[in-house]
Design a protein around this ligand. Structure first.
Ligand code: ADP
Ligand code: MG
Length: 395
């Protein structure tokens, strides 16, 4: 379904198709990338730390304002059109128009927050794999936000854009997401990962090594079935842990406020399962901060170990991994030159991320798919990636 084209030909493709569909040239062209989280998983709704990078796969939107209040959208990935009016924005319920809900959501949130909207013709084309946990949804939202802003002549700060996209996904699309995906799509920096404090929304861009090591994503191609209900359960368990720990630590607001030492001191007050959930979050925050220190010191070996520990914690304490993710991580680690491998994203399917010595990438690509297929019967997809720039208006 995805159209694998390089940057220039994707732009030619989308502009040509726009002109053919609407009989005019697009005056606006924007892009917003997907993301991979290197470490800091399931911490973003606990006010904690995450360390993602934007990837070199994105959603492009070509657009031109209309004089009326209609939005006419066309998704090249689905060859489907969808039309709605800005006067009364409703979610599309029909399956084949569901993709337009991300565009509708952004128009809705701009209106809700008293920012202007303008009717528009638009075409979308993405090469972020859909539903694989690389956040094609955030890419769609952020790109739509940029397109509407351009159409209405609005200057949106990138952090504001991320917050609008988060609200849109939560309240209009109806998925109770944290801020990480929208934030990194809007603010990512080429060749850097961002250490984001999801409470204060301050961040630090940390350079990734420019030679010797490569980020490799492996998609399990396992459909993420349980993800929504389990995600909500985990959120509730984290809130429960805070409630109980508050009796001993009255100043805490979220698990982010619990130090490792305090956690060890009071952990026995938590029911067994809640304790493991909280332990994941508390230790993951610590691992994330340590991984940034290691990276800055050029200690990729330590960074890789922390990725491995993160996976172990997600597997056993947080219990959001699955057989396929575990098999992929195991296959990756069996390749010499892999520093570390872990599941990335919400879990129960989706992708793993590995840090791989660049000279071992070819071997990884040749051997991991076969090993994984042997273990699961599924054929994976491997994406060798680099950290890309966040969302941009190209025209
Ligand atoms: P993820 O964010 O992990 O990729 P989601 O289920 O959150 O998975 O979002 C995937 C949905 O986003 C798709 O089903 C589709 O509706 C929408 N989407 C993503 N990319 C595109 C695209 N290029 N064109 C149209 N819709 C897209
Ligand atoms: Mg998503």
């Amino acid at each position: 379904m995805l159209i694998p084209l390089n940057g220039t030909s994707r732009i030619t493709e989308i502009e040509t198709r726009f002109t053919a569909l609407f009989g005019m040239q697009p005056t606006i062209l924007v892009r917003a990338p997907g993301r991979v989280n290197l470490i800091g998983e399931h911490t973003d709704y606990n006010d904690g730390f995450v360390f993602p990078a934007a990837i070199d796969r994105d959603v492009l939107i070509a657009a031109a304002p209309r004089t009326d209040r209609q939005v006419r959208a066309y998704a090249l990935n689905f060859n489907q059109s969808s039309t709605f009016t800005l006067e009364d924005i409703q979610p599309a319920t029909e399956g084949r128009e569901r993709w337009s809900n991300y565009i509708r959501a952004m128009a809705w949130v701009l209106h809700e927050e008293g920012l202007g909207t303008q009717g528009m013709n638009c075409v979308t084309l993405g090469d972020v794999p859909l539903g694989a946990g690389l956040s094609s949804s955030a890419a769609m939202l952020v790109a739509s936000g940029l397109a509407f802003a351009a159409g209405a002549g609005l200057e949106l700060e990138p952090v504001r854009l991320a917050l609008l996209a988060q609200r849109a996904e939560r309240e209009f699309v109806g998925v109770n997401v944290g801020i990480m995906d929208q934030f990194i799509s809007a603010l990512g920096q080429k060749d850097h990962a961002l250490l984001i404090d999801t409470r204060s929304l301050t961040y630090e861009a940390v350079p990734l090594p420019q030679s010797g090591v490569t980020i490799v994503i492996a998609d399990t191609n396992k459909k993420r079935g349980l993800v929504d209900s389990e995600y909500n359960t985990r959120r509730a368990e984290c809130e429960r842990a805070v409630e109980i720990l508050k009796e001993s630590l009255p100043e805490i607001i979220a698990l982010r406020d619990v130090s490792l030492a305090d956690f060890e001191r009071y952990a026995d007050r938590l029911p067994e399962e809640t304790r493991r959930r909280a332990r994941h979050v508390v230790t993951e925050d610590a691992r994330t901060l340590e991984s940034v220190t290691a990276l800055k010191a050029g200690d990729i070996t330590r960074f890789g170990q922390l990725m491995n520990e993160s996976h172990y914690s997600l597997q056993h304490d947080y219990e959001v991994s699955c057989r396929e993710l575990d098999a992929m991580v195991e296959a990756a680690r069996s390749i010499e030159g892999v520093y570390g491998a872990r599941m990335t994203g919400a879990g129960f399917g989706g992708c793993t991320v590995s840090l791989v010595a660049t000279e071992a990438v070819e071997k990884f690509q040749q051997e991991v798919p076969a090993l994984y297929k042997q273990a699961t019967g599924l054929t994976p997809a491997i994406y060798v990636t680099t950290a890309a720039q966040g969302a941009q208006r190209l025209k």
